[in-house]
Design a protein around this ligand. Structure first.
Ligand code: PGA
Length: 250
């Protein structure tokens, strides 16, 4: 449906001094990729990551941004700062940021809007906890997350957003959603988008799965019609593992 994108989410891993060489390693390991390949790194590593990606097919993303243009926001990083470095993507609303850094659907919406206004591609994360899944409210919750994240966004801009469906119970746990579970939610997300906008906008959006995706399970997940790629945590830290996932995205 949407463009295939495999994005690594390094989280708080790797040093700036090892980043340039590692991104070059990723580029070499994924040469011939038939999808977009992205490395999302900590702020401190971005300049080195961009350097490593220069002249290759790899794009670089950040893991967060602030929704204001500039000003007295100690410790924050703006969209213009990211763009100035050559960053193309930005992860927004990852469950770890919602859980540990008090991100809300409202701040997520402000950040998605700012990213789009400035020309960064947002990778918007949504997903339910195990408790919410067991309570049978997965789609209610995700519908709210999507509706709030897309508030005030035009159809043209909405089509540029990448959505990562990441069930919280599958992140870093080795417990992947089955391909059927992932497809069910990704398909439902496309249905929510079709309701908010229209069918063609819904089809244009890249919907990734994330949560313990690895070299062994990627192919099955990626054959599902509504799964257009992956957001990869742990398995993005070893280039050979990451490359196998990219290879599976054919
Ligand atoms: P994981 O993380 O692949 O290590 O489960 C995915 C993510 O949180 O984006």
């Amino acid at each position: 449906m949407g463009k295939y994108i495999i994005a690594g989410n390094w989280k708080m891993n790797k040093l700036p001094s090892e980043t340039c060489a590692y991104v070059k390693e990723v580029a070499a390991a994924t040469a011939g990729a038939q999808c977009e390949v992205v490395c999302c790194t900590p702020f401190t590593n971005l300049a080195e990551a961009v350097k490593g990606a220069q002249g290759t097919h790899v794009s670089i993303g950040a893991e967060n941004l602030h929704f204001e243009d500039k000003g007295a926001y100690t410790g924050e990083v703006s969209a213009d700062m990211l763009l100035d470095l050559g960053v193309k993507y930005v992860i927004i609303g990852h469950s770890e940021r919602r859980q540990y850094f008090a991100e809300t659907d409202e701040t997520v919406n402000l950040k998605v809007r700012k990213a789009l206004e400035k020309g960064l591609i947002p990778i918007l994360c949504v997903g339910e906890s195990l408790e919410q899944r067991e309570a049978g409210i997965t789609m209610d919750l995700i519908t709210i997350q999507i509706k709030k994240a897309f508030a005030g966004i035009s159809a043209d801009d909405a089509a540029k957003v990448v959505i990562a469906y990441e069930p919280i119970w599958a992140i870093g746990t080795g417990k992947t959603a089955t391909a059927e579970q992932a497809e069910e939610v990704c398909g439902a997300i496309r249905g929510v988008l079709a309701g908010l906008y229209d069918e063609s906008t819904a089809k244009a959006v890249t919907i990734q799965y994330g949560g313990s995706m690895n070299a062994g399970n990627a192919a099955e997940l990626l054959t599902k019609p509504n799964i257009d790629g992956g957001l990869i945590g742990g398995a993005s830290l070893k280039s050979a593992d990451f490359a196998k996932i990219v290879e599976a995205a054919k």
